[in-house]
Write a protein that binds this ligand. Structure first.
Ligand SMILES: [Zn+2]
Length: 320
């Protein structure tokens, strides 16, 4: 396990990478490109007896920059051709085209308007998004993964498990022999992963994709596995996966209920619900808050407990 500090993101603790060293030497994830990150990775690799030239393949758990930021540099520094794999539904997130757009699209503008986010905050979110592209290099020649793909090594067998929800192309990687799961951001020990609402709808293979619905289904998928240890994308490993899955389900059920209550008396705009649902929200977390409320609303609508009563913009929702 290689742990890289994340300055400015204390809630995430660390960005974790994993090197499986029994040929082909396999790297899982690549931390973001903060000053000094590459040296941190190099010195931790060396402490295990590796150099960049030993890396033979890279598997990325999902297409967020804190998981692929350094991958392009590591490929170059290896001095040979290192294939880089990611699930096919997230491959576009690593593309030069998407990153140079500042990860912003017409879909983002439509989303902001329909959620009722004030222009000043929207512009701040846009600047923040544009800054994030400095933390990674694009990779256009990724190789697409699918559910059930298997990677073997001398002493390991990795099975790709598609676990959409945190992003449409999120995967977990199961090492059968040791009953170990590499969970990316689908499972984290110290915080509940955010089932991000997928804003770039025109990029989606499945236009009906709903993040939290998929996320909960992906939790069910993991409950079928026998797992003794989970190595997560951020923070510490954990051993009690069934216990954590139960707490995640309870957490989301409670939040769905809280949002239903907030909509009980009158139609509401998503942005206006933030003070009730997240009274302790930190600056720059407005986008996360809006996303989280919306994905719970999608559950309530699916269950017939809420409806979109005015498509806006801004969109208005009410409890039924
Ligand atoms: Zn992450």
């Amino acid at each position: 396990m290689i742990s890289v500090p994340l300055p400015g993101f204390p809630d995430l603790m660390t960005a974790n990478m994993y090197v499986l060293g029994s040929g082909p030497v396999t790297l899982i994830d690549s931390a973001p490109k903060f000053p000094g990150s590459l040296n941190t990775v190099q010195s931790q690799l060396e402490s295990f007896g590796f150099t960049f030239s030993d890396i033979e393949r890279i598997i990325i758990t999902h297409g967020h920059i804190d998981h692929f930021g350094l991958a392009s540099q590591i490929k170059s520094l290896s001095g040979h051709d290192v294939p880089c794999y990611i699930h096919e539904d997230d491959a576009w997130r690593l593309s030069r085209n998407y990153l140079e757009s500042g990860m912003w699209s017409e879909d983002s503008v439509t989303f902001i308007a329909s959620m009722g986010m004030p222009e000043e905050i929207a512009q701040r979110m846009k600047r923040r998004s544009a800054f994030f592209k400095n933390l990674c290099d694009p990779i256009d020649d990724v190789l697409p993964l699918q559910d059930g793909d298997v990677f073997t090594g001398e002493d390991f067998e990795l099975v790709i498990i598609h676990t959409p929800g945190h992003s449409p192309g999120s995967i977990c990687i199961y090492e059968k022999r040791r009953r170990v799961l590499f969970s990316g951001d689908h499972i984290l020990k110290h915080i509940t992963p955010n089932p991000f609402h997928e804003v770039h709808r025109s990029r989606l293979k499945d236009p009906t994709y709903k993040s939290l619905v998929s996320y909960l289904q992906s939790l069910d998928k993991l409950s079928q596995l026998c797992v003794e240890r989970v190595f997560t994308g951020h923070g510490d490993p954990l051993d009690d996966l069934p216990g954590l899955l139960a707490s995640y389900r309870q957490h989301h059920a409670q939040r769905t209920q809280d949002i239903w209550h907030a909509l009980e008396n009158r139609p509401r705009v998503v942005f206006d619900l933030i003070p009730e649902v997240f009274p302790l929200l930190k600056p720059d977390e407005e986008w996360l808050a809006v996303s989280e409320i919306l994905v719970h609303l999608e559950i309530l609508i699916d269950e017939g407990r809420a409806e979109l009563c005015d498509s806006g913009p801004p969109a208005m929702f009410q409890a039924l």
